[in-house]
Design a protein around this ligand. Structure first.
Ligand SMILES: Cc1cc2nc3c(=O)[nH]c(=O)nc-3n(C[C@H](O)[C@H](O)[C@H](O)COP(=O)(O)OP(=O)(O)OC[C@H]3O[C@@H](n4cnc5c(N)ncnc54)[C@H](O)[C@@H]3O)c2cc1C
Ligand code: SF4
Ligand code: SF4
Ligand code: SF4
Length: 596
């Protein structure tokens, strides 16, 4: 569609007398099973300013959208209220309908009568219907006071910065370069590769971790659009979508800066480090973690398994060390919380390792002590089946009955209350104990605090929505790739990296980026220059005082303002408002709801 024609049509439309169309969605029964949608539409059809009110099974479907388009064309509807699901799900869908029909897309209000009415008042159908009517009426009052806003456009650096050069970081940079963008990898370690460098044969491919890294690294180094900084210590990250600045020190102390339109966080994970004495770790040389054992095994020739100058005839794997911890049973981490999440990858890695031991050191007796076997993923269950068939002995314990390890001169004794033998207390000996340790997020507290990145309860980086926006961080222009988000294997890490790069590519497809116009706006005539509002703003550079036309006034940087409204709440003269969410709109909405 020609954008100029659409904009012109939108301007003309806006100047006309407001004609509101109200559309009540059944949400396939999610709403209409509780709310009398016909009654809502009927009530709204009589509300001042409304020219048409309809109800329909799925307003978001193409047929539902066509209803709105028809009303715009035939009845001259120039503002819409859709009473339906959550705006986070479909507000953009309906803004798109308006835009395509030549109406300013911001002259739309999305009213949530699903989460806020039908779902929470299931047992009170009349009450839910009355509430839906009130919410929709408030929506009409709001949309009547809306301005025809335009997206804010900021010039963007056509470059993606990838922080972290593991499998995910390299994949993200390659995918970004494949889309024609420049990519810069900033890696703190001495070389690219991340944790795969330490791992031996990887499931599912059977390739060596270092070989996979080499292949990726060769592609990265051959790609002219990608530059790489290793040994880079990031000390300051600032800016906003389209205009980020990453400052870092190179190994010789020299400072450098990378400017980027988008950042992909591919900072990965750290192996859980057992505390001293946890199953004997750190006190007994024959207690190792799985990553330690895997990198040891990689270097050993086949045949006899030797460690610490003696032959290892029996080996016990203990699962869930540092993961799925239970409050009151396990020692908390530095922040006082236990790691109650599952590290997902370690069950498959453990049984895969058991199979490799059986292959490389056939004489070793293997024991596997677990709580649950979680070999998720295509065909991963087969590793477990193979291990069982090849004679690995499995013992299963419960959440609270943790296994115990004691050591003396004769070796290590493992005691486990075994669920598989109806809770019998079993004891067996092993020469080597391998703790199947989980994943912890990398320590990126500095970057997190400077970019205000959200963390999940598990301390990994938190995406906006696992299903709808799985690789986006809440701040525009920031994406996540790989195990920085949650424990995942390298196949998943690289898939998520490809998605993150694709998202960054879409964002940077144009030289300037459109941003939502819901930012603070100052009415300079009303502003007395009191200076109260900048003190409330938590976003550096978003709001400051400046001299304008011989007067001190508050000035907003729209690219940095997050539209939080903290400034509007303190202004004594109502001089500052968030566009699209003004105090006048709120007043009118409250009045509509409170009216008898
Ligand atoms: C015991 C074990 C066995 C496993 N076996 C397998 C297997 O067989 N198959 C498989 O597919 N997966 C396996 N995995 C999972 C695999 O290790 C991960 O999926 C993979 O390493 C994730 O890649 P990543 O790039 O997201 O993270 P990482 O490999 O952790 O890479 C992150 C990179 O970011 C860098 N970084 C961190 N912070 C910063 C910073 N502030 N600035 C700059 N750089 C930074 C790090 O130095 C690192 O190079 C296993 C995991 C474990 C624990
Ligand atoms: S994947 Fe297995 S070993 Fe790892 S935390 Fe989950 S259940 Fe425990
Ligand atoms: S709306 Fe929030 S972010 Fe924007 S200027 Fe006001 S206080 Fe700052
Ligand atoms: S609080 Fe209001 S009057 Fe005071 S500086 Fe800010 S916008 Fe101006």
């Amino acid at each position: 569609m020609d954008e100029k024609i659409t904009e012109q049509a939108a301007k003309e439309n806006y100047r006309q007398e407001p004609k509101v169309g109200v559309y009540v969605c059944h949400c396939g029964g999610n709403i209409s099973d509780v709310i009398d949608v016909k009654k809502v539409a009927e009530a709204l059809s009589k509300y001042p300013g409304v020219v048409v009110a309809r109800e329909y099974a799925f307003m978001c479907s193409s047929n539902g959208q066509d209803l709105i388009t028809e009303d715009i064309k035939k009845l001259g509807v120039n503002r819409t209220v859709v009473a339906a699901c959550s705006p986070s799900l479909h507000e953009l869908t309906f803004r798109g309908v308006l835009q395509r029909a030549g109406v300013n897309p911001y002259l739309h209000e999305h009213v949530n009568i699903r989460e806020q009415a039908s779902w929470v008042h299931k047992l009170d159908k009349a009450g839910a219907t009355a509430k839906a009517i009130k919410l929709a009426q408030a929506g009409v009052e709001k949309v009547l006071r809306k301005d025809a806003l335009n997206a804010i456009r900021v010039a963007a650096e056509q470059r993606v910065a990838v922080i972290g050069g593991g499998a995910a970081g390299m994949r993200a940079a390659l995918s970004a370069a494949g889309k024609g963008l420049e990519a810069v990898i900033i890696e703190k370690g001495p070389r690219l590769g991340g944790k795969l460098l330490e791992l031996g044969k990887l499931y599912p491919s059977g390739e060596d971790g270092a070989e996979v890294v080499k292949k990726l690294e060769n592609l990265v180094l051959a790609e002219k659009k990608i530059s790489v900084h290793v040994g880079a210590e990031i000390d300051f990250v600032s800016g906003f979508v389209g205009n980020f600045k990453i400052n870092f020190k190179k190994p010789d102390g020299r400072s450098e800066q990378v400017k980027a339109g988008a950042i992909v966080m591919a900072t990965g994970y750290e192996h859980y480090k057992p505390h001293k004495g946890e199953f004997g770790y750190g006190e007994d040389a024959n207690v190792l973690t799985l990553p330690e054992f895997v990198s040891l095994m990689k270097k050993l020739p086949g045949g006899r398994l030797e460690y610490g100058g003696r032959e290892i005839k029996s080996l016990a794997l203990i699962h869930c060390v540092g993961s799925r911890q239970v409050e009151g049973v396990h020692k908390p981490q530095a922040d006082g919380k236990v790691n109650d999440y599952c590290s997902r990858v370690c069950c498959t890695a453990a049984v895969h390792t058991a199979n490799q031991i059986k292959e490389k050191f056939p004489g070793v007796r293997l024991y596997d002590v677990y709580r649950d076997i979680r070999t998720y993923g295509m065909k991963h269950e087969e590793y477990y089946e193979k291990a069982s068939k090849d004679g690995v002995l499995f013992f299963r314990h419960t959440e609270t009955d943790q296994p115990a390890v004691t050591s003396d001169r004769t070796g290590h004794t493992i005691k486990v209350k075994d669920v598989l033998t109806w809770g019998e207390e079993l004891e067996f000996k092993a020469d080597l104990i391998v703790l199947v340790t989980g994943m912890m997020p990398s320590d990126i507290s500095l970057i997190k605090s400077q970019l205000k990145l959200p963390s999940s309860a598990d301390r990994f980086l938190q995406e906006v929505h696992l299903k709808l926006r799985p690789v986006e961080l809440a701040n525009a222009g920031l994406f996540i790739a790989g195990a920085a988000q949650y424990p995942m294997d390298s196949t998943e890490a690289m898939a998520s990296a490809g998605t993150a790069a694709a998202k960054a590519g879409i964002l940077l497809a144009e030289p300037d980026i459109p941003l939502e116009p819901f930012v603070a706006v100052v009415d300079e005539a009303k502003c007395t220059g009191c200076g109260l509002c900048p003190a409330e703003c938590s976003y550096d550079g978003a709001l400051m005082m400046a001299e304008k036309n011989g007067k001190k006034v508050a000035v907003v940087n729209p690219a940095l303002c997050k539209g939080c409204g903290a400034c509007a709440a303190v202004c004594p003269t109502r001089a500052i408002n968030v566009a699209g969410w003004t105090l006048d709109q709120f007043d009118a909405m409250v009045e509509a709801i409170a009216k008898e």
